[in-house]
Write a protein that binds this ligand. Structure first.
Ligand SMILES: Cc1cc2nc3c(=O)[nH]c(=O)nc-3n(C[C@H](O)[C@H](O)[C@H](O)COP(=O)(O)O)c2cc1C
Ligand code: SF4
Ligand code: FES
Length: 663
């Protein structure tokens, strides 16, 4: 392969050490090491060996970004030599993700969420304060401090810069920020990757705290109030639950178990499910999962048992398991709460899934903005391995399985399953055409079982109690309980668990309802890819079939509540900007359609403002154009991003009468 390295660009010692920390030292002159004329002149390494290591590109880029604070041409050259990747391709990958920079950056970059939940909780004001202290978003005016020395160079702001960010998955504590801090110890690759990151989050974020965080005056580490899930339920003095509500299942250990202790997890019933699974055998486990009628919780609601069975029966080997922990849908934070507060549950559930579908290895692909969940999962995997719950002979059963973590780097599209595979493989995170489906041709071209975090954690109770017992909870077509991410204008935002069939009104009530003296204006159901529902639709049962009946969808379980104080046009414009930003650009209907959609919405907003909120005569033409764009995106986009990008805006116009449109 002709590498065409960037002429004259060499890595610094620090950059070389960062890459070697992730990849291990080079073997020979062929992969970036010292050239040993005698040996390397006779034996050529490369080709297949090098291609087999391409999946280390993302960890190597993370290591560089985390250590040096940016990806310089010299460092990129070195990665390309080490992995035999053409620089044009590595550049294409490095520039795909928002957490990587190919320009020098200060050691501390503050990502300030300006997405929909945070905008109604002071994100714009926080952004204005950041601008006063650090200059405009993305400005390098304060650049200059060496990585690892935040607080040293520029007085009170420490040479940091700030950027506007899409949803950080902390909406229940809005407004949220994430500190991306370069300079720590050398990054490790694989499961211990969580140890290496100096990144941290803060929510709710007040200006004084953010500035203190930049100058290092606030201890780095666990943010305040990492999660506020519903932690108790049932009759008699429940926290925020109505009397007589069903017992918690997925959340029952949250807030009660020490997320860093395997012993405590076991004391709370942990690993009973794996023992039961090993007794049932792979086919028995799949039978229980099929009988449970569990449907995927990642948004597409595919029957889980069917997927497991299909992968288990594939003749090609190895099989892979992937846990989709990308959770980047604005308004979604349930998987984060599970991973932060009950990480061993996910590790155990993945072990069962790997056993049932005969998978050789499991990967957790976790979004880059979840540093605490990353660290806790890394700890859980390590502890499980040490105690023989992962590895070559799990619980003496002869079953061999291990889990690796892959950290995303800021790209919503990487939650789409095939984009996620490409991302792990060291390619740009662009979705693949389907078919072939992942069960046949998935990660590394092999049969792959991919499930969402919440889907997998459900399997623990299914295995212990049996599929039929699980199927008896909820409704005939939507079995079990569901986690709902309630945010926006409610008294107690957080993750709430309820059996399928609870109504939207029930869940909003569980979260304390809208504030005193305020009226409910709308609810965004299913996130940016979902749609708005009106106050007269609050009795909709929250099931796959119930929401479908009103033309909505549960999606990832987002319930974002808006009262009469919220500028909903601003919310819809932000959603449109989100899709325009996050489109991977691979197919025309989505790449161009998301741009045009945003333009039309801005024209409609300007016209409506000029008319002082009265109906706009020209709106009909613009709305018709919007419909046409939406139809083209739905019909002709490769993946679900383009197919759902028009839903929220169209429901806002048609159901809420926004932008001078009308019912
Ligand atoms: C644009 C887009 C983003 C997605 N993001 C996620 C995500 O963050 N987490 C997730 O579990 N599924 C996500 N999905 C759905 C996955 O493609 C896939 O259906 C899911 O991981 C399958 O798991 P399940 O059967 O357990 O739901 C996304 C889909 C699309 C089209
Ligand atoms: S629909 Fe959008 S995000 Fe999906 S492949 Fe096409 S351009 Fe990429
Ligand atoms: S964290 Fe800001 S909208 Fe979700």
């Amino acid at each position: 392969m002709d590498l065409h390295l960037i002429p004259g660009a060499a890595p610094t010692d620090l950059e070389r050490a960062a890459v070697d920390g992730a990849l291990g030292p080079p073997d020979s002159g062929w992969d970036g090491g010292e050239r040993r004329p005698k040996l390397d002149g006779h034996i050529a390494h490369g080709g297949r060996d090098a291609r087999a290591r391409r999946h280390l590109l993302l960890p190597a880029l993370h290591a560089l970004q985390g250590r040096a604070g940016w990806i310089s041409p010299g460092a990129l050259n070195y990665i390309c030599q080490r992995l035999t990747v053409p620089p044009a391709e590595a550049y294409g990958v490095a520039t795909f993700y928002s957490m990587f920079s190919i320009e020098p950056r200060p050691a501390t970059v503050v990502h300030v969420c300006d997405d929909i939940a945070c905008r109604i909780k002071g994100a714009k004001e926080l952004g204005a304060e950041m601008e006063k202290s650090l200059g405009p978003a993305g400005s390098q005016a304060h650049r200059g401090n060496a990585p690892g020395k935040s607080g040293s160079a520029h007085g009170k702001t420490g040479g940091a810069m700030w950027l506007k960010s899409p949803c950080l998955g902390l909406c229940e504590h809005a407004p949220a920020v994430m500190f991306q801090v370069a300079g720590g110890k050398p990054a490790a690759s694989g499961p211990r990757a969580g140890d290496a990151t100096g990144d941290w989050t803060l929510a709710p974020a007040r200006t004084a705290d953010v500035l203190a965080g930049i100058t290092g005056r606030r201890a780095l580490g666990r943010p305040r109030g990492a999660s506020t899930p519903q932690t108790r339920t049932g009759a008699g003095g429940a926290d925020r639950a109505s009397a007589g509500a069903a017992p918690l299942r997925l959340l029952r250990r949250v807030g009660r178990v020490d997320p860093e202790s395997l012993d405590d997890y076991r004391a709370h019933g942990g690993y009973a499910a794996l023992r039961r699974a090993l007794a049932l055998g792979p086919e028995g486990v799949i039978r229980e999962v099929t009988d449970s009628k569990l449907m995927g919780r990642g948004g597409a609601a595919f029957p889980t048992g069917r997927k497991w069975d299909a992968v288990a029966k594939q003749p090609a080997h190895p099989h892979y398991l992937v846990c989709n922990a990308d959770e980047s849908e604005p308004g979604t934070f349930k998987d984060r709460v599970l991973m932060e507060e009950d990480p061993f549950a996910l590790v155990e559930a993945m072990t069962i899934a790997g056993y049932a579908a005969d998978c050789a290895r499991g990967y957790i692909y976790i979004r880059g903005e979840y540093p605490l969940a990353l660290a806790r999962l890394a700890n859980a995997i390590e502890a499980a391995r040490t105690r023989g719950l992962l590895g070559d002979d799990i619980l003496g059963s002869g079953f061999r399985f291990d889990i690796e973590i892959r950290r995303g780097a800021g790209a919503y599209i990487c939650g789409e399953e095939t984009a996620l595979f490409n991302s792990i493989e060291g390619l740009r995170g662009e979705p693949r055409n389907k078919p072939p489906f992942p069960v046949q041709v998935g990660l590394f071209g092999k049969p792959t079982l991919i499930n969402n975090v919440e889907t997998l954690v459900n399997v623990l109770d299914i295995v212990v109690e049996g599929g039929p017992a699980f199927a008896a909870i909820g409704t005939a077509q939507s079995s079990g309980t569901k986690l709902f991410c309630v945010s926006g204008c409610v008294a107690a935002p957080g993750v709430y668990e309820a059996p399928f069939g609870a109504t939207l009104a029930d869940i909003v009530k569980l979260a304390g309802g809208v504030g005193a003296g305020r009226t409910l204006r709308a609810v965004l159901l299913g996130g940016a890819a979902g749609s708005f529902v009106t106050p007269d639709e609050m009795d909709v049962p929250l099931t796959f079939e119930g929401t479908r009946a009103i033309g909505a969808s549960l999606g990832s379980g987002v319930i974002m509540v808006f009262d009469d104080t919220v500028d909903l046009q601003d919310t819809v414009l932000r959603i449109a900007a989100f899709f325009r930003d996050e489109s991977c650009g691979q197919c025309v209907p989505c790449r161009v359609g998301t741009e045009r959609q945003e333009e039309v919405l801005h024209r409609l907003a300007d016209a409506a403002a000029a008319r002082d909120g009265r109906r706009v005569p020209a709106a009909a033409t613009e709305v018709a154009l919007l419909d046409e764009i939406g139809q083209a995106m739905r019909d002709a986009s490769i993946c679900g991003l383009g197919q759902t990008a028009a839903g929220a805006a169209q429901s806002a116009i048609k159901k809420l009468g926004l932008f001078g449109g009308g019912r």
